[in-house]
Structure formats: C-alpha cells, structure tokens
Design a protein around this ligand. Structure first.
Ligand SMILES: *Cc1c(COP(=O)(O)O)cnc(C)c1O
Length: 379
C-alpha cells in the first residue's frame, strides 16, 4: 500500500471483518481453532500461542508503520527483546549496548543474557568511533536507543547501520521514544526495530506490550520460531487495545511534540533547573542528527535540578497534574526520578543516571495547565 502514515495507522491490517463487516477487528478470544480434517487448520490458525488473528492485525499494522517486511507482537517490550536476543545470538556472542539504555534493557543484558553466555560492552552511541572501538570479533549486534531513556541522547542510525554491516553484525534500534511517526529506523538502514508498545504506540497507559519489526523477512523467520517456542506472545485483548491506541498515533504525537517543545523552552528559563535535555533544543549535542532523522523531537523531556538529588525528589513529589509514576508515552503527563525509579537497576553500573535527574513524559493536556503545574512544583 502506498498510503500515508495516518492512513496506514487506521487501515493496515484492519480490513472490515469479512464475515460480519465489523469495521474494527474483533478480539479473537480463543486458545484453539477447529480444524476441517487432521492437519488442515482453516486459514493456518491452530493454537493462539502460534497465531491469533487479533495479534496478526496488530503485527501487520506495525510492519506497515515502520516500513518493515514483518512484525511480531509480544507480551511486553522486554519479552520482545529477550526473544530477539535468543534467536539471533549464540552463547559467546558479543553485543554493544548504549551506556544510557532503558534500565530494564540493561538488566536484561547484565543479569539474564550474560548468565546465558552473551557478553556486552556499554558504549556512548552518539560517538560512532567509540562504538567501533567497543566491537569485538564476535559482535553480532549493535543495540541502540535513540532518543535514549532517560538522557535523551541521540545516535546516528545510518552511521551505526553502516558500521554494523561492515562487521557482519545487525543494527537493532529501540524506537520506543520516537515512535514510527517521528522516526523510521529501517529506512535509515536498521535491521530490527524494537518497541515497548506500552508507551506511545498504545498511548493510553492501559496495556503492556512489545513488538519487533524486521527489515528483512529472512531475519524474522528464526525470531518467529522463537516467539512460538518461548511463548511471550501478546494476548488478543492486549493486541486489540494496542491497535485501538495506534490508530491515533500521528495526532497524539504532534500534540506531544507541541507541548514538549513548550515545556522544554519554559524549563531552560527557570532558575531551579540546571540543564534541560531535549533534542529539539538547538544546543543539544544531538540536535542536528535528530533534525536529520526525526520528523520532530518527541514528547520526552528530562532536566537536572539545580539543587541536586533532594531537590529533584521534591519537584517530583510536588507535581500534581504531572502524575508521579513510571512509564511514559500516554496521553497523561507523568513525572519521575529515574535514579530511584525506572533506572534504579542501573545503580553502580556504567549506566547509572545522574541523581539530580527528573524525567517528564509530556502528555497532551492543555499546555498552560502543564506549565502552571511545573511552576508550582519548581517553586
Ligand atoms: C519501557 C521500555 C522498554 C521495556 O518495555 P516493557 O513494555 O516495559 O517491557 C524498552 N525500551 C524502552 C526505551 C522503554 O522505555
């Protein structure tokens, strides 16, 4: 289909139901499927771990939105990541990971994949030479997030894709912060896109899920085998909710960006704020690359409190409209202290985050109300 993004979000994988005409894909709440004869499942569906039409609808939509050949939907972003690693790596292989990855991703590498025999090096992904230096003869994957969680670092996707391919490795891009509306890593050379669909894709903080999107159907094949063999699939109710959310991704993201730009600009002028981390600011070190590879700069803004850790915690505690909570990407604004909350598992590691850091997921409320809440929280 040669349709635009918003059209694909509403129609890809979502043809009206052929039997009833239902405009919205039904929730196929079934574990199993009647077969016409032994070994002849109708339409190929046998068992819902192996395949489910509601999950398929979501997978088709996500593949279209990322410009990939195939997508697989999982029970969470981390289930997607784990399944991908087991499918593409062998014990003894090496992975380069970002030095400011999402805390849960870091924990997966350091506490789970490492025990399984994977080795890893954390590198500063905005520095391609540092990534090259971190590679070994057994590097199978360069894993990047851009923008990163929670420091909003920017990595040059096409440069990293070139580096990975020079060394017969693959480039995996966690596109959770940008969403496919703002950034399409496959068009820039990435092999696999990872999503926590819990965040902007679902968009309403009412469901946990994950997805992988593949540039190449051949790479998707072993991962699809592992999805079924390991079993971390997205359930039909969750897939349906995620699909309901993704239809409005474009309009939501535009408002997230409008509001985040206003919030970032407001924070840069506030005395209680030492530094604002937002790739849309012209003094952000990744601004030019972000401007090249992203449509806009996203809804996430982090900042460092002028008064240190205690001050950062007080700001979080004083916010009212910004709800104090983990996660991000929903319509409602959230505030959190990464050092004590989302990224506590990275304490003492190369991925430890600054103690004075505050992370905002800027929602789509009336922006003046958000600014007023920050004003009282920062006072
Ligand atoms: C939340 C998050 C994940 C993990 O996804 P879950 O759905 O929570 O398992 C991975 N990467 C990023 C950037 C995230 O923000």
């Amino acid at each position: 289909m040669n349709y635009g993004f918003e059209t694909l979000a509403i129609h890809a994988g979502q043809e009206p139901d052929p039997r009833t005409g239902a405009v919205v894909p039904p929730i196929y709440a079934t574990s199993t499927y009647a077969q016409d004869a032994v070994g002849s499942p109708r339409l190929g569906y046998e068992y819902s771990r192996s395949g489910n039409p509601t999950r398929d609808a979501l997978q088709e939509c996500l593949a279209a939105l990322e410009g990939g050949r195939r997508a697989l939907a999982f029970a969470s972003g981390l289930a997607a990541e784990d399944t991908l690693l087991r499918a593409v790596c062998r014990p003894g292989d090496h992975v380069v990971i970002p030095d400011d990855a999402y805390g849960g991703t870091f924990r997966l590498f350091a506490k789970v994949a490492e025990r399984w025999g994977l080795t890893w090096t954390a590198a500063h992904m905005s520095d391609v030479d540092a990534v090259r230096a971190a590679m070994t003869g057994r590097t199978r994957v360069i894993w990047t997030e851009t923008p990163t969680n929670p420091l909003l670092g920017i990595a040059d996707i096409s440069a990293l894709a070139g580096l990975a391919h020079e060394h017969d490795a693959i480039l995996v891009v966690d596109n959770t912060f940008a969403s496919p509306y703002l950034q399409q890593p496959i068009a820039l050379g990435a092999d696999v896109v990872v999503h926590s669909t819990t965040k902007y894709i679902g968009g309403h903080s009412d469901v946990v899920g994950g997805a992988l999107v593949f540039a190449d159907a051949a790479l998707a094949e072993p991962v699809a085998f592992h999805q079924n063999a390991m079993g971390g699939v997205d359930g039909p109710f969750d897939a349906w909710l995620t699909l309901r959310g993704v239809r409005t991704l474009g309009v939501r993201m535009d408002r997230h960006c409008d509001n985040a730009e206003r919030v970032a600009e407001y924070l840069t002028r506030h005395r209680a704020v030492a530094t604002v981390l937002y790739p849309g600011l012209s003094d952000h070190p990744g601004h030019e690359i972000a401007a090249k590879q992203m449509r806009r700069f996203g809804g996430m803004v982090s900042f460092r409190a002028a008064g240190g850790e205690q001050h950062a915690i007080e700001i979080c505690n004083r916010a009212r409209l910004f709800v104090l909570a983990e996660s991000l990407g929903g319509v409602e604004s959230l505030i959190e202290h990464p050092g004590r909350m989302t990224h506590a598992s990275a304490a003492g590691s190369p991925l430890e985050v600054p103690a004075d850091l505050v992370r905002l997921s800027v929602g789509i409320e009336t922006v003046d109300d958000l600014l007023a809440d920050l004003e009282q929280a920062l006072a």
